[in-house]
Structure formats: structure tokens, C-alpha cells
Design a protein around this ligand. Structure first.
Ligand code: GLU
Length: 571
């Protein structure tokens, strides 16, 4: 497989998937593979999905900010420059090493208190078509992002809250140039032209052209007020009124009380020693951390040398982990999630006999007694930030508004989209008559796949690596495969360039156009059911080496890495 990687051509063209049907999510548009650009530094370093966000993080590190402050500056900026992916109208997860311990903050959206389990069923009890559920106030959860930022600043901030907001305020006032990716996503979106954001993103009926100077004065004003008055402007003030008005007009049942009651959950990150490192990631309500750790444990952190066996082992491990994920993982405030059992070494050792054998067809969850959620729709759009500061603190943060441009509901006064995160719940509340763990319930967090991850030495005292990715439930495969590659000795750039191989259900999923026919035929012979598709991961990786930190952004998107003191190019 390694050899294969280097003979594969790199793509510099834009891919789009075929036109989507009414029910399919908009495809994730890729910006093609960029040439190698990873950097090496002994200073702090930031990696994000957009040059301006990386630059904002760098600016704040240079002003004495911690990795947490840098991540915050990047996040405020991403809400402006990637309005399709994340922002104030959404939520996210942070995994943070503060120099002593590794903590997880859960800023996931919550369902309105009044939400019922039949929320996404039609009058006949059938699941709503996915797009209909997305572009509908019913999909909007109480946003967690601003509370998450408040908590990060309170627990880990070294500079003032205002300092982290400043770069994004300036960029929103002065404008930024529309990137090819934003333009492409606008061009292919099936519903945004009919939304209340149409006049902003399709002036004269056409998507904002590449290079257009786009200003967002409402967002600048919002951040300025948040900078002065703090998060209460969002959760209790006039901005809340505007958010509720925008959502309620589209059928949402969110209330002021949902905003009053929103809380970030702080807990220990979930960690497991894999080879010689502690791998730490986000606990439930995300399924990302447990599922990545299960895959790595089932494989004991490595793949066989033979390329076909490597794919078989990787995809078997992934399928086994997804079987457990689909049945047991949900918001732990509502469901007892057997985290300890799922990560128990003897349980995983027993199950690894299945992972490392022949290609698996029949796969069931390992702990019995439940039924899987009936899902299967993926609408990936999200953003990941990786930061290390000069004191060795590290932030791994993944944030989302779920689908591209979220629910398509634009808060005019705020300058941002509202999420459609509630479509991450199982639309059907039961399977074979048994309630599924990830069913809709009032106040509950929908299960996520986000997997912001840190690797530390075995004692958990020093960071070895920082990584994460967008990609819906494909995030899990991207992060697991990248971790295996790094543990196996690939460089950061080789890891970023490696073609993706995933398995979530019955098919072995291959990144489109990256594998030759002979290889695919060998997989079919070994029993794999192959499916190819675009896999626009957005990995952001930082890895410790003898020369310092090596950092790089996924060549499939527009991100960059910048060392703390690098000179900054104007954009
Ligand atoms: N809503 C998804 C999740 O929480 C994220 C979507 C994406 O990554 O694009 O897992």
C-alpha cells in the first residue's frame, strides 16, 4: 500500500460529486490535492482549514496566548471565512493538554426541551427525507459554540477574551477574498438559493465569485458586542431574540429557556495506551473518541505489511468498532454508555481475533442487548484546529454546523448560519421495537463523530501529536488511519497524502481515483465489497520529531500550518 501511494497522481482539479437527489446530502466539495506544504518548527504552531484562521491563531500566540487562546482566535475567524462549516450558530469539542492533564470540553448543541422522539418522522411514522429535515427549524439545536469559547477562555486563557476576538472582527470589517472552496460549495448547494441568505451569497442570482471581497458587518458587530459584553449577549441578550426569531419562523420550537439552560460539559478526555503512546480523544456525546480508540486497540496500533491484509484488518476493525458505536453511544446524560466496557483491554483483545482474520461479513455489536440506530446519512461539513504553544500545551478542537451552511437559516443580525445538528439523531426512535440510544429526547445532545485527538507519552506528561478532521462519520476513519500511519513511521506529509480507506457498514470505502484496478481487484478477491467516493477530509496534524514540531494541513482543502514566528503573507 505504501508503494502504491507514491505512484498515484496528485490531483489539482476540483472534483464535484454527481448531482444529488432530493434525499442525499450535498456532496463535500474538494479543492483537489495541493502540493506538499508541511513545515517544521521548534516554536508554537497552528494548523487550520483557512490561511486567515491559521494567521489569527499565530497572531494570538505571538501576543502571549496559550494554545487555547490560539484555537479560539482561529475558531472566531473560521465562523467568518468558512460560513459553510462552523461558527457561532453551531457547536464543537475541545481536547486540551494544559501542561498537566488532558481535559475534554463538550460544546455540542442540545435539542429543545420540548423535542419528542418522533421529531423526524412524517405523519405515517416514516423518517422524513433528509434534506427536508435539514432545511427546517426542527433541525436546529441550541448552539454551544459561544459557551464553549467562554469556558475555554476561563479555564485555559492566558490573554484577554477580547484579544482572541480581534483578528476576526477586523477581517469581518475589512473583508476577505472568497476562496475556490466557498465558491464551489455555494455553486453546488441545492437549497441555499431559496433561503434568507440568498441575497448575501448569490448577489444577482450568482454565487459569490472566487476572489470577491466579502465583508460581514453583522458578524463584526456581533463579535464586537460579545467582546465587550461577553457571551450573555448571545445567550440572554438581543442576539438571542434574533436567533430565536430566525429559527422559530422556520418551525423551530427552541425557547429562551433552552438558551438559559445550555451548559458546556467538562470531563477527562478518554485515553488509552496504544503502543507506547496515550491516545486521548473526546468522550460521548461524541462517538469519535471511543470508536477511534477501539479501532487502534483492535489493531494494537499497527497494520500488517501485506497491503491486502492491511486493508482487511483496518476495515474489519473499523466495522467492529462501528457496530458497537451504532448501538451503545449517545449522550451519557440520557443513556448509560458502557465506556469502560467498550475500552476494556480484555474485551478488545477477544474481539481483535475477529479484526485480524479473514474479511468480515456478519458483524454484530459485542456487548449485546440493544439495537443500532437507523442512520446512514452523512452530510459532512465541519472544521478542525490543531495548536501547540511554546510551553507544550496543545489544543485539538473540532467544530461544526453539520451540513454545508447548516440548516440554511441565516441570522441576519448576527451574520452566521444556524446548525442542523439535530439531524445527527436517529430519525427512527426504535429499531425492532427497541428504543435506540441515539433517539431524539428534549435537552439531549445528538451523537457526534467528531474526534479531536491528542497523543501523549505513556505517562501523559508530554504531547507527541495533535490531530483531527471534519468528515461526518468518516472522521473516525480519517483519524484512525492517520494515527496508524504516524505510529507506523510515516511523515506528516505522507500521512496527509495517503489515500483514504474506510469501513462503516458493509462496504470497504476507497477514496475515488486513488487506487489502481489491480489493487481493487485483489480486494474484491479477498471478499471486499468496494465503494469509491470523494473523501474530502480536512486533517490538521502536528507531530513531535527530533527536529521540532512538524505540522501540516490536509491537501484536500485550503488550510495551512504556520509556525509562531513565521512571517505572515498578506491574503
Ligand atoms: N455533524 C457531524 C458530527 O457531529 C459533523 C459533520 C462533519 O464532520 O462534517 O459528527
Amino acid at each position: 500500500m505504501k508503494k502504491l501511494l507514491f505512484v498515484l497522481p496528485l490531483f489539482f482539479v476540483y472534483h464535484t460529486s454527481q448531482a444529488y437527489s432530493n434525499d442525499a446530502p450535498p456532496p463535500e466539495a474538494s479543492s483537489g490535492l495541493k502540493p506538499a506544504q508541511s513545515i517544521t518548527t521548534t516554536q508554537g504552531v497552528c494548523v487550520t482549514a483557512h490561511p486567515l484562521a491559521t494567521q489569527a491563531c499565530q497572531t494570538v500566540l505571538n501576543q502571549g496566548g496559550s494554545a487555547a487562546d490560539g484555537a479560539m482566535a482561529a475558531a472566531w475567524m473560521l465562523g467568518l471565512v468558512e460560513p459553510q462549516s462552523s461558527g457561532l450558530g453551531g457547536g464543537g469539542y475541545l481536547v486540551y493538554f494544559d501542561g498537566h492533564k488532558t481535559i475534554a470540553l463538550d460544546g455540542r448543541e442540545t435539542a429543545p426541551k420540548s423535542a419528542k422522539e418522533n421529531r423526524f418522522l412524517d405523519s405515517n411514522g416514516a423518517p422524513l427525507p433528509f434534506r427536508q429535515a435539514v432545511t427546517n427549524g426542527l433541525s436546529v439545536g441550541t448552539p454551544g459554540m459561544v459557551r464553549l469559547m467562554q469556558q475555554i477562555s476561563k479555564q485555559y486563557g492566558q490573554v484577554k477574551w477580547q484579544t482572541t476576538l480581534k483578528p476576526a472582527i477586523l477581517a469581518a470589517q475589512n473583508g476577505f477574498h472568497v476562496t475556490p472552496r466557498l465558491h464551489l460549495l455555494l455553486s453546488v448547494d441545492p437549497s441555499l438559493r431559496q433561503s434568507n441568505a440568498a441575497s448575501i451569497f448569490y448577489p444577482e442570482g450568482q454565487p459569490l465569485a472566487v476572489g470577491t471581497l466579502y465583508k460581514n458587518p453583522a458578524y463584526a458587530q456581533t463579535l464586537q458586542t460579545i467582546s465587550k459584553k461577553g457571551p450573555e449577549y448571545f445567550y440572554k441578550g438581543t442576539l438571542r431574540t434574533a436567533i430565536l426569531a430566525a429559527a422559530n419562523t422556520q418551525g423551530s420550537d427552541l425557547t429562551p429557556q433552552d438558551f438559559d439552560q445550555y451548559k458546556v460539559v467538562t470531563s477527562n478526555a478518554i485515553c488509552k495506551v496504544i503502543t507506547t503512546y496515550q491516545v486521548c480523544s473526546a468522550p460521548p456525546s461524541s462517538s469519535g473518541g471511543i470508536t477511534v480508540l477501539q479501532i487502534l486497540s483492535l489493531l494494537q496500533g499497527e497494520l500488517p505489511k501485506d497491503p491486502i491484509s492491511a486493508v482487511t484488518y483496518l476495515t474489519n476493525a473499523s466495522r467492529l468498532a462501528f457496530a458497537d458505536r451504532d448501538e451503545y453511544i449517545a449522550d451519557p446524560a440520557f443513556e448509560k454508555v458502557p465506556v469502560t466496557q467498550l475500552l476494556d483491554s480484555s474485551y478488545l483483545q477477544k474481539r481483535s481475533a475477529l479484526a485480524t482474520g479473514e474479511h468480515l461479513n456478519q458483524v454484530t455489536a459485542g456487548l449485546g442487548s440493544r439495537q443500532p440506530s437507523l442512520e446512514g446519512v452523512d452530510a459532512p461539513n465541519t472544521s478542525h484546529i490543531s495548536v501547540v504553544d511554546s510551553k507544550g500545551r496543545a489544543a485539538s478542537m473540532t467544530m461544526s454546523i453539520e451540513s454545508a451552511f447548516g440548516s440554511n437559516i441565516w441570522v441576519k443580525e448576527g451574520g452566521f448560519f444556524l446548525n442542523n445538528e439535530l439531524t445527527d439523531f436517529s430519525f427512527a426512535p426504535t429499531n425492532k421495537g427497541i428504543p435506540v440510544a441515539n433517539r431524539v429526547q428534549g435537552g439531549k445532545r445528538p451523537r457526534s463523530s467528531m474526534a479531536p485527538t491528542l497523543l501523549l507519552n505513556a505517562q501523559g506528561t508530554q504531547v507527541q501529536g495533535v490531530l483531527g478532521s471534519p468528515g461526518g462519520s468518516q472522521i473516525i476513519g480519517y483519524v484512525a488511519q492517520a494515527t496508524l500511519d504516524l505510529l507506523g513511521g510515516k511523515t506528516v506529509q505522507q500521512t496527509l497524502d495517503t489515500p483514504h480507506i474506510l469501513r462503516r457498514g458493509d462496504s470497504t470505502e476507497l477514496e475515488q481515483g486513488r487506487f489502481d484496478d489491480a489493487f481493487k481487484q485483489s480486494l474484491v478477491k479477498a471478499g471486499h465489497l468496494i465503494k469509491e467516493g470523494d473523501m474530502t477530509s480536512g486533517l490538521a496534524i502536528i507531530w513531535r520529531t527530533n527536529e521540532g514540531w512538524v505540522a501540516g494541513a490536509d491537501p484536500r482543502r485550503e488550510g495551512i500550518a504556520l509556525a509562531q514566528k513565521d512571517s505572515v503573507k498578506a491574503h
